[in-house]
Ligand binder design. Structure first.
Ligand SMILES: [Fe+2]
Ligand SMILES: [Fe+2]
Length: 276
């Protein structure tokens, strides 16, 4: 799938079964459409052009590995969780895989690379499995540990994924990992997750997070500056060398979209209020 399609993965919706999908409607849908247009008017994050080769390798492995598909099916069964559903975890998994490929020893054999990629994909797919609960990183790690007992992994591999999930939350203390491979997996998962605080925040996440609470968009606009401050703070927290190099570009592009969106929506609402 080319980058542009990957970027615009449609959030799957199902009207029956166990899935609890969030349907965007009315002003949220309108705001999301504006965000998508604004995102299409700026360059995609540089990571996807500069690191295209590793991104594509990660994406191909992600799409074709039956072990990853099995983990995805488990997450899919849970449905969307406050904007952190399948689209989010797919992107985190593929980007985490790309980061691991970029950062790992160039001389590593194919099998080692393939295995490292699989662990990054599984960590990405499972990392938000308890997103709706407090302390979701710790709880998600506990649940991933149980889920992964049924997967054909070595004990050390399972442990690496669980520790990475436990360490993925922003602005929380992390547990330093003695093993460099485990540390890389943990840092790559964190960075790939925080890449989503860039354009994705406005094209996908924020609308799905607020939609269930039915907060009027005008109320949201009043808190926009505070929300943007939180996004600014994340740019100094990236953990891998590649994350530190490209993460701030994601964040800058997200902020650009956010500021334009705020200005467009404010003008639209003012015009509607002035209308006879
Ligand atoms: Fe999370
Ligand atoms: Fe996440």
């Amino acid at each position: 799938m080319p980058y542009s399609e990957y970027w615009w993965v449609t959030i799957e919706r199902d009207e029956c079964g166990r899935k609890e999908e969030i349907l965007l409607e009315g002003e949220y849908l309108e705001a999301q459409e504006i965000s998508k247009r604004l995102a299409s008017e700026i360059e995609p994050p540089l990571f996807y052009t500069d690191k295209k080769e590793e991104f594509e390798e990660s994406r191909r492995a992600f799409e074709s590995d039956p072990v990853v598909s099995r983990a995805l099916a488990i997450v899919e069964e849970r449905g969307d969780v406050l904007g952190h559903g399948l689209s989010h975890v797919r992107k985190v998994a593929v980007d985490a895989g790309a980061l691991v490929l970029i950062e790992m020893d160039r001389d590593a054999c194919d099998e080692k690379r393939r295995r490292a990629l699989l662990l990054a994909h599984l960590a990405g797919v499972l990392h938000d499995i308890r997103r709706e609960q407090p302390e979701h990183a710790q709880r998600g790690a506990d649940e991933a540990e149980v889920i992964l007992r049924d997967f054909d992994l070595q004990e050390s591999e399972r442990e690496a994924i669980v520790k990475a999930i436990r360490n993925h939350e922003a602005f929380k203390p992390t547990v330093p990992l003695g093993d460099p491979c485990q540390q890389l997996l943990s840092d790559a998962l964190y960075d790939a997750d925080k890449f989503r605080w860039g354009p994705d925040n406005f094209t996908e996440t924020v609308w799905l997070m607020v939609a269930p609470f039915k907060v009027p968009l005008t109320a949201l606009l009043g808190h926009f500056d505070t929300s943007l401050e939180g996004i600014v703070r994340i740019k100094d927290t990236f953990r891998t060398p590649t994350g530190r190099e490209y993460g701030p570009d994601f964040i800058a592009k997200g902020l650009q979209i956010g500021e334009r969106l705020h200005s467009e929506l404010t003008k639209t609402y003012e015009a509607r209020q002035d209308a006879p």
